[in-house]
Write a protein that binds this ligand. Structure first.
Ligand SMILES: Nc1ncnc2c1ncn2[C@@H]1O[C@H](COP(=O)(O)OP(=O)(O)OP(=O)(O)O)[C@@H](O)[C@H]1O
Ligand SMILES: [Mg+2]
Length: 243
């Protein structure tokens, strides 16, 4: 029997120890992250807040394996990222991580369905693309091109694309940043519902303070450091938030 199942302890999804990231800009060293320690239990919806330049995107890029830390260690789903060679890192990014960005990053020459299938086929789950578009309320729009979809609809395609590969971790960098308030809230509601159903660990960056109430965990970054970690026993559905 698997000990993790029998003794009731589930390993955390993300553990950072002494995580630092520096960028060299000519003679200037930018400390994007400074000695961050962090433990994120699996299945949580984490809201990440902080001023511009505080290190939010840097943290997501490190967790997503898109960038390497200058110091410290990151363990995601039990895998220490620093120990992976390039090939395993590619597999990790493809199979473990889903990304949703502020600008939807759809392929303009492919339909909504093809955009979702594109990723689904990469990991051998192409048949589920249609069902996933259904789940985000876009069954009728499957044959539309991105230019024929509203911003909110495009972001829902991007969410379907991220979810169809069943990632353990979903990283969302200001996914509602390019949307108006009401559309942003509807998109967030969908992201929140679908990831909670699936037990996916989500890290969502936002500048919208009102969205903090939707998090199981609220992290605040300032100048490259985590300055507060707040657990919320009863997070509220985005649709119920006062804005
Ligand atoms: N490739 C890079 N080269 C040099 N400096 C960088 C690079 N990427 C980020 N930085 C710097 O690192 C710091 C953290 O940047 P980061 O993008 O993580 O901030 P952020 O919290 O996501 O900000 P925003 O809310 O504006 O997106 C900033 O000072 C930024 O200028
Ligand atoms: Mg950013």
């Amino acid at each position: 029997m698997n000990g993790a199942l029998t003794n009731g302890t589930v390993p955390p999804a993300i553990v950072a120890r002494g995580l630092s990231k520096e960028y060299q800009l000519g003679a200037v060293t930018v400390h994007a992250l400074r000695d961050v320690d962090l433990t994120i239990p699996a299945g949580r919806f984490v809201v990440l807040l902080g001023p511009s330049g505080s290190g939010k995107t840097t943290l997501l890029n490190l967790i997503g394996g898109l960038d390497q830390p200058s110091a410290g260690e990151l363990t995601v789903m039990g895998v220490t990222l620093g120990s992976l060679d390039d090939e395993r890192l590619t597999t990790y990014r493809r199979d473990t991580i889903g990304f949703v960005f502020q600008l939807f990053n759809l392929v303009p020459t492919l339909t909504a369905l093809e955009n979702v299938q594109l990723i689904g086929e990469l990991v051998g789950q192409g048949a589920e693309a249609g069902a996933m578009l259904d789940a985000v309320g876009l069954a009728e729009r499957r044959n539309n091109y991105p230019s024929q979809l509203s911003g909110g609809e495009q972001q829902r395609v991007a969410i379907a694309r991220a979810l169809v590969k069943r990632p353990a971790i979903l990283l969302a960098d200001e996914p509602t940043g390019a949307l108006d308030g009401e559309t942003g809230r509807a998109v967030l509601q969908l992201l929140w519902e679908r990831t909670r159903e699936a037990g996916i660990t989500v890290l969502m960056v936002t500048h919208n303070e009102a969205y903090a109430a939707a998090g199981d965990l609220v992290l605040r970054l300032s100048s490259g450091q985590v300055v507060s970690t707040e657990a919320q026993a009863a997070p509220r559905a985005p649709r119920d938030l006062e804005m």
